[in-house]
Design a protein around this ligand. Structure first.
Ligand code: SAH
Length: 346
């Protein structure tokens, strides 16, 4: 089964040519698909053509399975995929608009010790069309449409999965979702978060996208990073920052670092090491309070230590903010909700 939204308007026109269907139909179908309308519901498309399309395509590849509303307005969604797999997304409401956090894989193969998504490993990659489906389903859920009726303003690829381990699908997703003829979410409003697969960061740099690259850093020495993130055994901090310097030179885009505030990991020395690794690049550090997950070895750092760390970053000219903890009452952290629901379903 193919996913209609993976086609650009011109690709859809070419496809319809092969069926000898008039090209204006492509615009109609494309509009419906961008609004996440099921093929059966594409009201002004002739029945026969709908039947033909249905044999090859779906236009609603993910369905909202359930939703969990937090007191703070955050909504966590579970999406059901065509094969019964479940992934999660989180909708966060900010003053400037609605940010949707989406998943890029079912499960995750990276095995970071603090993260619930990796506990059972990677099940499969999401297709580009499934990631588009996550966005379009929620845009529709919010009563949104296209252009000025769009409800989703920002996307973060920070749900379950490692986006750079699903490179081609993720790039295709970014290209389709930022297409002005569809929902048109500008690349500048899309953040891609990675645990730091250095060669893929270089490959991404060569595509010259204007997305924001976010790195899950979480430690400032190889020794420490290796104890919590398996990827640190494959790529040292030196490898990672060489790739990041390359990325920065190519794109001139500010790089964001995510840094979990765990005991033993937030000292003045850590702040100094971050400053020295980031020399020459415009960066921002997002300080993240730990969300407790099963088996996680991490313990929260004390307030005093966090202040020391923050002040030292500031003194070295590095901007840093603490991430708001949204949705803590609904298992907001990566992989938490899916795990709980799956274990309840079993
Ligand atoms: N694989 C990608 C994206 C998914 S994780 C990556 O590694 O960046 C998205 C973010 O959530 C990462 O920064 C990750 O470190 C953070 N995260 C995962 N589990 C967490 C937890 N228990 N507490 C706080 N942050 C967590």
């Amino acid at each position: 089964m193919k996913i209609l939204q993976e086609y650009s308007l011109s690709e859809l026109k070419e496809y319809l040519d092969t069926l000898n269907v008039k090209r204006f139909r492509a615009e109609q179908i494309f509009g419906f698909a961008s609004n996440y309308v099921e093929i059966d519901q594409m009201s002004n498309i002739p029945l026969e053509l709908r039947e033909t399309l249905k044999q090859e395509f779906t236009s609603t590849p993910v369905k909202i399975h359930s939703e969990f509303k937090s007191k703070d307005g955050t909504i966590k969604f579970l999406f059901e995929l065509f094969d019964g797999n479940i992934v999660e997304g989180v909708l966060m409401k900010y003053k400037y608009g609605n940010t949707l956090c989406i998943s890029t894989q079912v499960g995750c193969g990276m095995g970071c010790s603090f993260c619930a998504s990796g506990i059972d490993g990677k099940v499969r990659n999401l297709l580009a069309g499934e990631m588009i489906g996550e966005v379009l389903a929620i845009n529709k859920y919010l009563g949104g449409g296209l252009k000025d009726k769009r409800q989703i303003t920002n996307i973060v690829l920070m749900g379950s999965g490692e986006p750079l381990d699903n490179f081609d699908n993720v790039v295709k997703f970014i290209q389709r979702i930022s297409d002005p003829q569809t929902i048109n979410i500008s690349e500048r409003n899309i953040s891609l978060s990675t645990c730091g697969i250095a060669p893929k960061i270089r490959k991404l740099a060569d595509l010259d996208l204007s997305i924001t690259l976010t790195i899950s850093l979480h430690a400032t020495t190889d020794d420490k990073r290796q104890t919590i993130m398996k990827i640190a055994n494959a790529y040292s901090l030196a490898d990672l920052f060489e790739a990041l310097q390359y990325y920065y030179k190519k794109t001139k885009r500010r790089i964001v670092f995510e840094y979990i505030l765990s005991r033993g990991n937030v000292s003045q020395a850590d702040a100094r090491r971050i400053a020295s690794l980031c020399k020459g690049m415009m960066v921002h550090v997002n300080m993240i309070p730990i969300n407790k997950t099963p088996n996680s070895p991490l313990v929260p750092a004390s307030k005093e230590k966090v202040t020391e760390f923050f002040e030292e970053l500031k003194a070295r000219g590095i901007s840093a903010t603490t991430r708001r903890t949204l949705g803590a009452d609904i298992d907001g952290a990566c992989g938490q909700l899916r795990r709980r629901i799956l274990s309840e379903l079993q």
